[in-house]
Design a binder for this molecule. Structure first.
Ligand code: ADP
Length: 264
């Protein structure tokens, strides 16, 4: 069937997340103005834009952590009103409990964190394996590197096997080599779980490395400028000609000089 023959009902049925005319102001700041886009089931979608363009505000609205002033977010066709177990969130600053071990932090992501039944124990064990933290089960956050802390954050978000993973600049505080490793690990996890991912970043290389589609935002007020589909096989190579072309195209949309593309 030709694209033009697909009805809007059929198109909507493949949408996992629908953001409709979302607006939100903080006092005199219009953080989001009439933001609309959708994310297909199983899609890896990155949101890029300058600092202050409303990326975190948008992610928090999808998570159900903050209410918009107007507009709506639909997940699987249902309006989001609160946080839910269908959406796991990974924060930039880890947000781990310092007094809990790796196991204790991951356990906290379960819907029954205090439960020590064999199933819950097995799930925590499985998550520790999945994010490669074997041997560190009893370590406390202060004993872990930034990359390891973020693995705990990811495991905790995955604990209840959410359909959607929301990630707010999760690798912004780790060094470049660790970030490369975490990218590969995250893509492995995504391939295994088939989750729908919305990943906020200001790093254009990171967006092209990871995503199926990049939503590009403008600031003041926060709006969607355009979206770019990344039609490249994975794993992707940063020196590949097409990769460089995508980075240049997105940078051009953002109006970012070369030297600032990682700092924007
Ligand atoms: P980004 O994640 O793209 O950096 P944010 O969503 O954090 O952008 O913020 C968008 C705008 O809203 C910024 O101008 C920011 O200063 C403002 N803002 C965000 N949260 C608050 C808040 N709780 N109170 C007042 N202003 C806020």
């Amino acid at each position: 069937m030709a694209m033009s023959e697909i009805s809007s009902d059929e198109q909507e049925s493949s949408e996992k997340i629908t953001v409709r005319s979302l607006s939100k102001a903080y006092e005199s700041t219009q953080a989001l103005e009439d933001v609309s886009f959708s994310v297909a089931e199983g899609e890896f979608c990155c949101v890029v834009g300058p600092s202050g363009c409303g990326k975190t505000t948008l992610l928090r609205a999808i998570a159900g952590l903050d209410d918009p002033d107007s507009g709506s977010v639909l997940v699987g066709g249902e309006p989001v009103t609160d946080p839910g177990l269908d959406r796991g969130m990974v924060f930039q600053e880890y947000a781990l409990f310092p007094w809990r071990t790796v196991r204790g932090n991951i356990r906290f992501g379960l819907d029954r964190p205090a439960c020590e039944c064999a199933d819950c124990e097995a799930r925590v064990r499985e998550l520790i394996d999945l994010v490669g933290l074997d041997g560190f089960e009893d370590a406390y956050p202060k004993e872990l590197s930034g990359g390891m802390k973020q693995r705990v954050g990811i495991a905790r978000a995955l604990a209840v096997d959410p359909e959607i993973l929301l990630m707010d600049e999760p690798f912004g505080s780790v060094d470049a080599r660790t970030r490369d490793r975490l990218h590969a690990e995250l893509l492995d996890i995504w391939t295994q779980t088939g989750q729908t991912v919305v990943f906020v970043t200001h790093d254009i290389d990171e967006a092209v490395t990871l995503s199926d589609r990049v939503v590009i935002m403008d600031s003041d007020p926060g709006t969607v400028r355009t979206t770019v589909s990344i039609d490249l096989e994975r794993p992707r190579e940063r020196t590949d000609h097409d990769f460089v072309d995508y980075v240049a195209r997105i940078r051009n949309e953002l109006g970012t000089p070369d030297s600032l593309s990682r700092l924007y």
